[in-house]
Ligand binder design. Structure first.
Ligand code: GLU
Length: 455
């Protein structure tokens, strides 16, 4: 991705110098710049009303991670060849609680991507109200096409370094793209071996039989759909009978599809890097899970096995007409042109299931067209919120039921919706959930930073 000054709108006088410093100090990090710009843009009006944030240098401190770790991850593949990957953990802010955020294993991972994710995580985690700070990590390791044994050896080598930097009161990683139950298991096993301690609270997203929490697997997808429900409810609408386009076919997409279906909507698409499938009868969740979770296969398999479904190779899923869109694949997957296509087809609401899946021009287009738009910080916060519930259960040695956990998740998403909705009204941008989410997250973090002094 190339980047010029013209790529970013000018910011208010109070924040432009902060942004300029970020770009000068961390050049070649376009995704990080994009995430910082969005937050700085939203909080201009807050800084006018609350000069103490400027006086205390809150922004200058917030855009610089508290700590960044990069490390070598050597491992041996099944053919006996030595492989070397790069590992990352960016510990961005611990002012509200231990660093918390996932690990992403994907060939695209670099420092810019981990920093954008870590920065977003600060505000997302603040929005959950659960007392968790922000961090993110991962590696450029690609689990696709690797055997279980290779993934295990990689995870063990990764943890062989990471364990020095994490702790249940310090930093609690979890999953993200490429890191699910299998990887968390191998990582947890290695941590236990290295430390001779069974500390459940060291990672979240664990298996139910060994410290995991009910609903954690489903939480990000379910939470995004609960958020859509809340946005529609403001306008007296429901999900009943709505056609929903979902991108991705990982954890977030699968459980968003499940919740849409349970609430009377019809999810008609899923995708992966090879293309997308359309199933006008509604995605068969059992089949999708079999292909993606059990066989770890490609999405074309869905169309091969499901009568009436079709596969579009390397197509753009956002061309499919839908009332609601849930981008749940990866960052910058939904372009300005895709936004125009969705708008032309009458889309009513868009909720970011992934982190920053819509490019800034797409977000602007949705907002100008009056489409209800939920940014990832708010819409996909259900996953990390449920991770915090897992941490609570671990430290209290409790196990909550599925129903109790889901109810708690629904309440949290309702609270996030209401807080962001009210903040947008308070600052004169009613209905702007992007501004609302950035403002609420920022105020919570900034107030705590001022209270705790210059640290
Ligand atoms: N990776 C998820 C996110 O983007 C979850 C992080 C967690 O549970 O710690 O929020």
């Amino acid at each position: 991705m190339t980047e010029t000054t013209a790529d970013f709108h000018p910011l208010s006088d109070a924040v432009q110098p902060v942004f300029d410093t970020v770009r000068a100090r961390s050049p070649h990090e376009p995704e990080f710049h994009q995430a910082v710009h969005e937050v700085l843009h939203s909080i201009g009006s807050v800084l006018e009303k609350r000069p103490e944030y400027v006086d205390n240098g809150v922004l200058e401190r917030l855009v610089e991670p508290e700590r960044q770790v990069m490390f070598r991850v050597p491992w041996v593949d099944d053919s006996g060849k030595l492989q070397v990957n790069r590992g990352y953990r960016v510990q961005f802010s611990s002012v509200l609680g231990p660093y918390k955020g996932g690990l992403r294993f994907h060939p695209s991972v670099n420092l810019s991507i981990i920093k954008f994710l870590g920065f977003e995580q600060i505000f997302k985690n603040a929005l959950t109200g659960q007392g968790i700070g922000g961090g993110k990590g991962g590696s450029d390791f690609d689990p696709h096409g690797r055997s279980d044994a290779e993934v295990m050896r990689f995870c063990q080598s990764f943890m062989n370094e990471l364990w020095h930097h994490i702790g249940e009161h310090t930093d609690v990683p979890a999953g993200d793209i490429g890191v699910g139950g299998r990887e968390i298991g191998y990582l947890f096993g290695m941590y236990r071996k290295l430390t001779n301690q069974h500390v459940s609270g060291i990672l979240t997203g664990k298996g139910i039989g060994w410290g995991g929490a009910q609903v954690r697997t489903e939480a990000t997808g379910y939470g995004a759909v609960f958020f859509v429900q809340e946005m529609l409810a403001v306008h007296g609408e429901t999900l009943e009978g709505k056609r929903v386009a979902v991108s991705g076919s990982g954890n977030v997409a699968i459980y968003a599809i499940e919740k849409v279906t349970q609430l009377g909507g019809r999810a008609v698409t899923a995708s992966d890097s090879s293309g997308y499938v359309v199933d006008d009868a509604g995605i068969d969740l059992g089949l999708l899970r079999q292909i993606k979770e059990v066989e770890r296969g490609r999405i074309v398999e869905y169309a091969n096995r499901r009568p009436g479904a079709r596969f579009v190779e390397r197509g753009n899923v956002w061309e499919v007409p839908a009332d609601i869109a849930v981008p749940a694949a990866t960052q910058n997957e939904l372009s300005a042109e895709s936004a125009q296509a969705l708008i032309a087809n009458g889309v009513r609401a868009v909720a970011e299931g992934a982190n920053m899946p819509c490019v800034p021009e797409a977000v602007e287009a949705f907002q100008q067209a009056g489409v209800l738009f939920a940014p990832g910080k708010a819409a996909n916060a259900g996953g990390v919120a449920t991770s915090a519930l897992e941490m609570s259960q671990n430290s209290a040695r409790q196990r909550w039921s599925f129903a109790d956990s889901e109810n708690r998740l629904r309440e949290i998403m309702g609270d996030i919706h209401d807080a962001t909705f009210r903040a947008a009204e308070r600052y004169g941008t009613p209905g702007d959930y992007v501004a609302g989410a950035n403002i609420v997250g920022f105020e919570r973090v900034a107030d705590a930073m001022i209270a705790q002094g210059v640290i």
